[in-house]
Design a protein around this ligand. Structure first.
Ligand SMILES: Cc1cc2nc3c(=O)[nH]c(=O)nc-3n(C[C@H](O)[C@H](O)[C@H](O)COP(=O)(O)O)c2cc1C
Ligand code: SF4
Length: 446
């Protein structure tokens, strides 16, 4: 039975943060003393197909935003009987989504958890080379990762014949040059190959033709950090960590005018209200919650009536939004929703790779209209135009999900905060006393 001979306690509820007690990085010694690298040992006792099947059965869903079943994703990599060339594993640590900071927490504080997770994933897909593609600004995380990689090498946990088995892995840290689009998995592949970071057509999917045309798996940091305990303690243990349908625990973050902004590991399916009230300790005195983006800046706003929803991929999806990164952004009653959406759209417009028209030309147009409205020069027709532009950025209309993601806070704010948009137009100014300052740099980088 998985877990019986390990010092890892089956009552463990916080596998992602169990080693983290402060700001410092967990050393290899401390990591091993707390049951670290036992998941790897168990994986190395299994045939790769069984690791993939176990992860699929556990119901681990990718934590990078889309929530696709991780084991199922790995199962698309051709097996040894079909293909004998190189395969690659990539850890996506680009984390540039507005509002997201959960991966940084893991990267800086427990780099061995990620390294062990990558070893397990690489053994499942038969990869002997892996890359950590890390956001350029994450200097501390990159430094701590490099140190942990050296520690792992010295201990025989990386390199050739790991733990004496017929399995070798090299992990390289690659610093991103700094565009949000580099986090999109196929643009990331181009960036790693030294090309312009624009998304590739899918199919073929990276699992079949990825880095340098070879089978490649791209997984998020948090996804990979789930693997060590999952392997050590088994699929049943992992499934029961969640409270609703979705399995496992999750790093949930909260930002905005709450008393205790931060990030916490909680069961998948923890209700939004519990996250905000118990962990973020509620709204600051004098501030009322008006709405929230449940999964970062590229998700739809939800309303106070959604506060009792569990943070579970399907439930949040049915309510009209997305779990995304699981990092909640709170809108309070002193903050102008038009101004907030304008800031997000400025970010997305600047980060567009420029490949398709609704994104390259549509987003700067959205910014221009929102600036006009926020400055008190908007007209009612502008709202119709904004809705049309949001529709033209819907899924399926552009090459990648950047523009559809940008459309989500825009279109939902036009429904939820329509009275605020109208007040700007009727009162000829921002009712919150803001005025849209033109940016020092243009909304579009092209
Ligand atoms: C514009 C854009 C940026 C993205 N940035 C990230 C990122 O920084 N980190 C990440 O894990 N996924 C990011 N994604 C999602 C990835 O394309 C991909 O789905 C994810 O890395 C897969 O990992 P998972 O299966 O473990 O979730 C981004 C997607 C888009 C469209
Ligand atoms: S949606 Fe935007 S970022 Fe994505 S490919 Fe098109 S132009 Fe590039």
């Amino acid at each position: 039975m998985p877990g019986e001979s390990t010092p890892l306690d089956r009552n463990l509820r916080t596998p992602l943060t169990r080693n983290i007690h402060g700001d410092a990085a967990v050393s290899l010694e401390a990591y091993r003393n707390n049951g670290g690298y036992l998941g790897l040992q168990r994986a190395l006792d299994m045939v790769p197909e069984n690791i993939t099947a176990l992860v699929q059965e556990a119901g681990l869903r990718g934590r990078g935003g889309a929530g696709f079943n991780t084991g199922l994703k790995w199962s698309f990599v051709p097996g040894n009987d079909q293909y004998s060339g190189p395969r690659y594993l990539i850890c996506n640590a680009d984390e540039m989504e507005p509002g997201a900071f959960k991966d940084r927490y893991l990267l800086e504080r427990d780099p061995h958890l990620l390294i062990e997770g990558m070893l397990i994933a690489a053994s499942a897909i038969n990869a002997s080379t892996a890359y950590i593609f890390i956001r350029g600004e994450y200097h501390l995380a990159a430094q701590r990762l490099s140190h942990a990689l050296e520690e792992a090498h010295r201990a025989g946990l990386l390199g050739k014949r790991i733990l004496g088995r017929d399995f070798s892995l090299q992990i390289h840290v690659h610093r991103s040059s700094g565009n949000y689009i580099c986090g999109e998995e196929t643009a990331l592949l181009n960036a790693l190959e030294g090309r312009r970071a624009i998304p590739r057509t899918k199919p073929p999917f990276p699992q079949v033709s990825g880095l340098w045309g070879k089978p490649t798996v791209v997984n998020n940091v948090e996804t990979l950090c789930n693997l060590p305990c999952l392997l050590a303690l088994g699929a049943d243990w992992y499934r029961q960590l969640g409270r609703e349908d979705d399995a496992g625990s999750k790093l949930f973050g909260v930002s905005g005018r709450v008393n205790n902004p931060g990030v916490w590991e909680l069961p998948m399916g923890t209700p939004v209200r519990e996250i905000i009230e118990n962990h973020a300790r509620g709204m600051q005195p004098g501030f009322r919650l008006r709405g929230f983006l449940p999964g970062g800046g590229s998700t739809d706003f939800l309303a106070p009536r959604h506060l009792d929803l569990p943070m579970d991929y399907d439930v949040i999806g049915k309510a009209g939004s997305r779990m995304g990164t699981g990092t909640l952004m709170i809108l309070d009653d002193h903050t102008c929703p038009v101004g907030l959406v304008l800031n997000l759209q400025r970010f997305f417009a600047r980060e567009s790779c420029g490949w398709c028209t609704p994104c390259r030309d549509g987003l700067p147009w959205v910014v221009e209209i929102l600036e006009r409205i926020e400055a008190g020069r908007g007209e009612k027709q502008d709202l119709i135009l904004l809705r049309q532009l949001a529709r033209r950025m819907a899924p399926g209309t552009t090459f990648c999900a950047l523009a559809p993601g940008a459309a989500e806070p825009l279109q939902s704010s036009l429904k939820l905060f329509l009275s605020d948009y109208l007040a700007h137009i009727v009162q000829r100014g921002c009712p919150y006393g803001h005025s849209a300052r033109p940016q020092s740099e243009p909304a579009c980088a092209h």
